[in-house]
Design a protein around this ligand. Sequence first.
Ligand code: DUR
Ligand code: ZN
Length: 132
Amino acid sequence: MDSKTLVEEAKKAREKAYVPYSNFPVGAALLAKNGMVYHGCNIENAAYSMCNCAERTAIFKAVSDGIREFSMLAVIADTEEPVSPCGACRQVISELLADDVKIFLANMKGDVSEWTVKELLPGAFSPKDLEG
Ligand SMILES: O=c1ccn([C@H]2C[C@H](O)[C@@H](CO)O2)c(=O)[nH]1
Ligand SMILES: [Zn+2]
């Protein structure tokens, strides 16, 4: 699967967003190495801190299915520039996506920027740092 197709999958996922507070739907699609595509949308809540971003939803769905090996992640929103993941998502991405996973940030106008995990959060803490 190519990045363009994955961005289209993220666009489909965006349609499921539950965003009564921000009215800002975001979609994500995470391609696992086994070929599965995990969709994620943002899901908000009256307790604002409980809001879950689209990319974290996709990652948590995959990990909760026992899937840990991925090749690409796409995220899309209706933004001027390609959507920018929040700090929490950057940390989750750094921890659960290997360094070689390609990340595509997109907007509805068709702009797409490609990132590496390290570029999204240089110096992120990782469980490997806990080893001796
Ligand atoms: O990359 C992003 C950026 C924002 N949001 C969500 C969080 C909140 O629901 C809304 C406004 O920030 O968009 C995402 O899901 N992913
Ligand atoms: Zn986020």
